[in-house]
Design a protein around this ligand. Sequence first.
Ligand SMILES: NC(=O)c1ccc[n+]([C@@H]2O[C@H](COP(=O)([O-])OP(=O)(O)OC[C@H]3O[C@@H](n4cnc5c(N)ncnc54)[C@H](O)[C@@H]3O)[C@@H](O)[C@H]2O)c1
Length: 369
Amino acid sequence: MGKFKVGMIGCGFIANGKHLYAMTQRDDVEVVAFCDLVLERAQASAKQYGTPDALVCQDYREVVTREEIDVIYVCTPNSTHAEITVAALNNGKHVMCEKPMAKTSAEAKAMVDAAKASGKKLSIGYQNRFREDTLLLKSLCDQGELGEIYYAKAFALRRRGVPTWGVFMDKEKQGGGPLIDLATHALDMTLWMMDNYEPEVVLGSTFDKLGKLGSPANGMGPWDPAAYEVEDAAFGLVRFKNGATVMIESSWALNMVSTNEAMILLAGTKAGADMFPPEGQPRDGLHVRINGEQNGKLYVRNYAAGSGLYDKSGKREQFAGSIKEANAWFDSIRDDTELVVKPDQAYVVTQILEAIYQSAASGEAVRMG
Ligand SMILES: NC(=O)c1ccc[n+]([C@@H]2O[C@H](COP(=O)([O-])OP(=O)(O)OC[C@H]3O[C@@H](n4cnc5c(N)ncnc54)[C@H](O)[C@@H]3O)[C@@H](O)[C@H]2O)c1
């Protein structure tokens, strides 16, 4: 097989910051098309990462219909994920779509169906699955170290971390705030660890208390309160068919000192686990902590996972896991092997997030399928 020929749709923050860098570390990938509504962004990405004669355009249809392209990346705002992904699949392309999978579960279902009908691969950009701490915890779960996991928490909490670029505060374009944007990662990690994709009942609350006030202390610069249309915090409780229960906590702005993002806590019959550093120690890359009882004594065991969301100096790594994500993706296409991040799994994440929004709006619990 020759080189993969890739088309990038949406040439903003995530395309440049994560995917283009990660995929071009491989010598069997060529990026041959760049599309963005803002032509200069497509041109700039093409200049840095593209082949000399790469297509640069503003209409994604030019990319998805281009014969030579095998793989499409969808890195546009959430409201466009389904339309572009389905069009690409229908044109016989493999698709890596950024998270969240889609704005609604109906859109996500259309993506799953299009992937099945086309026989092409579809995956979602959950790079946190490929962090070293996540992979270590997943292997412990798969080996049965925790026993049956019946309680978990998915953390997506920022004290003040409203994304101020792009369209993140635009409800129509994004579908929501921290829940759909951040909690999608932590919930994906949680379900993957528990290997439980059968939610039964969902209860949720959303708040818009601080977003409309604005904050000069925001980590990503001040935002315009008048343009802030989404929730600033959201919380959910999910009970699964087997009784297992997951709590989801998410915020872009919340008065809480102890915040954690893309982190999870699991409690099983044999042991519990979380991804926090040892008590009182800095976030220095040690993020798997197992607790339990052995010979009548309680224990806590810290695993050195190498790297987690934070590097060894405690600085947050941008898109930790992204090179492994790219390698897993292209290897699975090349070898026609199972994907790590399967569309059916991301579909269930989408359903749960949507149910939390529905429950928050109606004040009622939402029963699922
Ligand atoms: N995996 C992660 O951790 C992570 C982090 C940040 C963003 N994201 C996701 O990536 C997506 C994009 O976010 P971003 O931060 O890169 O935003 P961004 O605004 O920096 O980039 C999006 C780009 O898409 C372009 N665009 C919009 N509609 C288009 C269309 N119809 N056709 C072609 N181009 C179009 C915009 O002009 C913009 O340049 C979002 O879905 C977001 O949730 C994921």
